[in-house]
Design a protein around this ligand. Structure first.
Ligand code: ACM
Length: 461
């Protein structure tokens, strides 16, 4: 065995015969005899069986278990006599399941197996999606990953295998669409790896395969390109060590420059960037609030609520979900006392990680809750969520667009989605209304934010 990263790689583009393993091994044998030697041969997808099965029974007829396979045994014997390696598509059966697989074979036998994850079109009728993950295997020349045909559409798999150390990804294919061969240089370049796509040619039923197998280097350059319609056996010498250099410019690295922390679609509990942004903003708002006396806040807040009484949404609302204010919030106690005679006023009660809605009866009926020491209602639980017309929420900060920053418990964000018919209003002091408030996927946007009008620009962030 050599330790060199230099090897001659060969792409063996041909037209496997549907349903005839023997014809396919004969064909491969003949092509190898006619060609110059190579250290690693890449063959098409389902090179043992052909592709376009008309029924499950037809697919099963040429499927073989890995350890009792004429096709695999043939490749192993060739690997031994020619002292070479193969990566080939293979119609694999395990128990009663078929997999569209790719095997890595060396002179010592089977060295790796990959099962196609992304099944294309009618393949879904015959094969199970791969259940072996995205492994990367050692060869005497370096590390290789395997993908099969339509897997190419999913950038995630290329990146993952490159991050696992694959210096080359070998890609047995039966491409019928004309796009992949032009996309491969992009994957090779962005991951700075070699890619060997061996496609097949020929027709099977209504499918015509698009040939043009490609070998691309980590600079995204084609080193080999096969014919569109004909068999083509091509080889080229490459050095897999070229794939170890991930530097793009002196100051850019293809992998180290990634910002994984912001590539997630989902706001995770540990999404530190958003959490930190919110934490900092809560601190700033707290400092701003301290510039006002409690009396100033109360007077300003009462004005906010006096204005809000005239809001058409308030006037028309019959059932309103309000809040019983804390000393640093827009005050609602007198407002609630006054309006509870005319409208149904609901107040929140913290239960687990949710807010329960309960009808307000009187000040005497409130009791101190366990969270934040807020006064909570004790009346019957209200669950008629569709009939809540208006929601009025406090908050630490709001944007004019309706983003709301709460105290961080997430109670309102978990509760408001149930109140789908309610018009949702946030009330705050002018210094709480900002141009931008950070928000994530789980934060509920309000329909409107109401504040006092005497905004003092120097207080705006
Ligand atoms: C394909 O995945 N064979 C198009």
């Amino acid at each position: 065995m050599t330790n060199s990263s230099t090897l001659r790689i060969g792409l063996l583009q041909f037209a496997p015969k549907l349903g005839d393993i023997r014809a396919n091994t004969d064909k491969i044998e003949n092509l190898l005899e006619e060609s110059q030697p190579a250290n690693l041969w890449v063959l098409p997808e389902l090179a043992s069986s052909g592709y376009n099965f008309s029924s499950l029974a037809e697919a099963e007829a040429t499927s073989e278990p890995l350890n009792q396979s004429k096709y695999i045994d043939f490749l192993i014997s060739k690997a031994q006599t020619l002292d070479t390696w193969f990566i080939s598509g293979f119609n694999e059966r395990e128990n009663h399941r078929l997999y569209n697989s790719s095997v890595l074979i060396g002179p010592k036998g089977i060295m790796g197996i990959y099962r196609k994850i992304h099944l294309f079109n009618r393949e879904k009728l015959f094969f199970h999606p791969g259940n072996k993950g995205l492994p990367v295997f050692d060869t005497p020349y370096g590390k290789t990953g395997m993908l099969i045909c339509f897997d190419w559409m999913f950038p995630e798999v290329w990146r993952l295998m490159a991050l696992k150390g694959a210096q080359i990804i070998c890609h047995p294919s039966n491409l019928v669409l004309p796009f992949c061969q032009t996309a491969i240089p992009g994957y090779a370049l962005t991951n700075k790896i070699f890619v060997a796509t061996t496609n097949r040619v020929g027709k099977e039923g209504d499918l015509e395969f698009t040939g043009q197998s490609v070998l691309v280097n980590p600079r995204g350059e084609y080193l080999l390109k096969g014919s569109r319609k004909n068999e083509d056996v091509m080889t080229v010498k490459i050095d897999l060590a070229e794939a170890n250099d991930k530097q793009v410019t002196p100051l850019n690295h293809a992998f180290d420059d990634r910002h994984e922390e912001i590539y997630s679609l989902h706001e995770k509990p540990g999404d530190t960037s958003l959490m930190n942004e919110k934490k900092n903003l809560r601190r700033e708002i707290k400092e701003l609030k301290q510039q006002y006396t409690p009396d100033q806040l109360k007077e300003t807040g009462i004005n906010v609520m006096n204005e809000f009484e005239k809001h058409p949404r308030f006037i028309s609302a019959k059932t309103i979900f309000l809040y019983w204010s804390l000393p640093d919030e827009v005050p609602t106690h007198e407002f609630i006392e006054k309006w509870s005679k005319e409208k149904k006023i609901l107040l929140p009660r913290v239960v687990g990680d949710h807010l329960e809605l309960r009808e307000y009866a009187s000040i005497e009926s409130l009791e101190t809750g366990t969270s934040y020491g807020i006064q909570e209602p004790t009346g019957p639980v209200f669950t008629d969520f569709e009939n809540v017309d208006l929601v009025v929420t406090p908050g630490l900060a709001f944007s004019a667009q309706g983003a709301r920053l709460g105290r961080g418990g997430g109670y309102y964000d978990r509760t408001l989605p149930f109140l789908s018919n309610a018009y949702k209003v946030g009330v705050g002091f002018s210094f709480q209304i900002l141009k931008y408030v950070p928000y994530g996927e789980l934060d509920i946007m309000l329909d409107e934010v109401v504040s006092n009008s005497d905004i003092q620009p120097e207080r705006l962030i």
